[in-house]
Design a protein around this ligand. Structure first.
Ligand code: FAD
Length: 471
């Protein structure tokens, strides 16, 4: 008689010692389950890799977050909500705090754990590039004791890790030496949350006098494992950030990644996006030449926190263009730092109605050359918005005439079809790439396209807020 794929047994020992003893008694037979957000998906699909589950959800040893002078030690059973609420994580490890915000919805963040994300070993997992960038180390535990290893060695192939069948991840250790670095995290997906990444980046850098003094660049969804781009890092360290370096960085990054085609995206698109994200990060380093300027960004925010509401609203309106977003941001003051500012922006944007999104869309000029009057719009873009758009679309001017004309034609078709201008986060993208995206999006139905445009606008707003902080 065949067994039912949905049959399983679950135990919940009340100590770490009892749990590792059970794992050791029958290695590979017992499957640890923490928040269950990956295991229960396997269960629902009838694909549980083991029928005997041992819950580690209530083990206090896995849930602690402790700090010493040198490092933060995050229990592997810490949830994304635990990470989001932790002040040291928010202040010193913004890449991880951002990844925690991106991971699924609130319910998922209340259950999903950092240890589960690591062991599930999806190349698209959101928190793993951050762990690479921060040079995390893992403490694994079994009845034989503890062993500590660099996280960078943990993934040995697609869904393969160095974890032995009788081991648990107990702690994720992050050194506290990157707090003065400039950090950049971006997830490119159909949406930023509740969608699997097509590509995501977590990068840290320290510029001095316009040169790259030190960098860490890690990407997800571009190889069988989350990848640190060592060759790209080596190519840019010590060099001035100019257009030659950006070209070199793009080329090296595109050659270094090993993406695949799948249902979410093509390998070519992923390699192109990887190159764009690296260029975008270096552009941020260039616009943030030294730590003094970085500190000044907090001064900008500090002053903004104290402005009367109407002045505060006017000061940031051109970052997004929507008055609803502006009101939401002003209401969320005071905001402690850049990370809090970006989190507030994302939260506000997600809470808005489509009519607010439309208002933001209307605040942009059309992308590329104009072969027709701009479509009717209730508002004209502000001078600041026009200047930012010009920077964001600066690569479009370098395109050949055929691409420019094709872009103008596709823009016209888009405007006729959707009755508004085409919105894309153009920073770091060539005219041909924008044209390709535009042609793909012309195939969207109205609802899908509205959401895609809204996600692009969210990304534009995020980049503009970072620039605004450093003006
Ligand atoms: C609706 C939804 C949305 C999601 N969105 C995202 C997203 O945006 N980004 C993203 O990266 N992920 C996402 N996920 C995936 C998932 O939430 C994460 O991978 C999460 O971190 C898994 O943690 P968990 O505690 O639930 O793992 P579990 O499901 O409990 O376990 C996953 C695996 O890890 C093992 N394991 C867990 N903890 C340990 C440990 N301490 N030691 C040894 N092995 C351990 C388990 O045995 C199992 O093999 C999503 C999932 C769902 C259902």
């Amino acid at each position: 008689m065949r067994s039912n794929p949905h049959d399983y047994e679950m135990v919940a020992p009340n100590s770490l010692q009892a749990t590792v003893s059970l794992l050791a008694s029958e290695p590979g037979v017992w499957l640890p389950i923490a928040g269950g957000t990956d295991v229960m998906v396997q269960y629902a699909a009838g694909n549980l890799p083991a029928r005997k589950l041992v819950s580690i959800w209530n083990l206090p040893e896995l849930r602690r977050i402790e700090t010493s002078a040198d490092e933060i030690r995050i229990g592997a059973g810490s949830t994304y909500t635990d990470l989001r609420k932790n002040e040291i994580v928010a202040r010193e490890f913004p890449l991880l705090a951002t990844a925690a915000r991106w991971t699924g919805g609130i319910a998922n963040q209340n259950r999903g754990t950092i240890g589960g994300n690591i062991v599930n070993a999806s190349p698209a997992a959101d928190s793993l590039p951050a762990l690479l960038a921060y040079e995390a180390e893992l403490i694994l535990v079994s009845i034989r004791g503890e062993r500590r290893l660099p996280y960078v060695n943990f993934h040995t192939g697609y869904k393969k890790t160095l974890l032995r069948p009788d081991e648990l991840i107990q702690t994720v250790c992050l050194p506290r030496r990157f707090s003065q670095y400039i950090s950049h995290a971006r997830k490119v997906g159909a949406r930023s949350a509740q969608a699997i990444s097509k590509v995501c980046i977590a990068a840290l850098g320290r510029p001095t006098d316009g040169r790259v003094e030190d960098v860490r660049i890690a990407l997800g969804s571009i190889a069988p494992v989350p990848l640190r781009l060592r060759q790209t890092e080596q190519a840019v360290i010590g060099r001035s950030i100019d257009s030659a370096l950006l070209l070199l960085a793009r080329k090296t990054a595109m050659a270094e990644v090993r993406p695949i085609d799948d249902i979410r995206s093509t390998a070519r698109y992923r390699a192109t996006v990887a190159g764009n994200l690296v260029v975008e990060f270096l552009g941020l380093l260039a616009s943030d030449r030294n730590a003094v300027e970085h500190r000044q960004s907090n001064d900008v925010l500090g002053r903004w926190n104290l402005l009367p509401a109407d002045e505060a609203a006017t000061a940031i309106l051109s970052c997004c263009g929507s008055k609803g977003w502006t009101r939401g941001m002003v209401a969320r003051r005071p905001l402690a730092d850049e990370d809090a500012l970006l989190a507030a922006s994302e939260e506000t944007w997600r809470s808005l109605a489509p009519s607010d999104w439309m208002e933001a869309f209307h605040s942009h000029p059309r992308i590329g050359i104009s072969r027709a009057p701009e479509p009717p719009s209730p508002q004209s873009p502000s001078t600041q918005s026009v200047a930012w758009s010009a920077q964001e679309q600066s690569n479009v001017g370098d395109a050949n005439d055929a691409v420019k004309i094709a872009l103008a034609d596709a823009n016209r078709e888009y405007e006729q079809r959707f009755n508004r201008i085409f919105i894309v986060c153009a920073t770091g993208k060539s005219a041909s790439e924008i044209l390709e995206i535009l042609q793909r999006r012309l195939e969207n139905d109205a609802e899908t396209e509205l959401r895609e445009a809204a996600e692009q606008q969210r990304q534009i707003t995020e980049i503009r807020l970072k620039k605004w902080l450093r003006r």
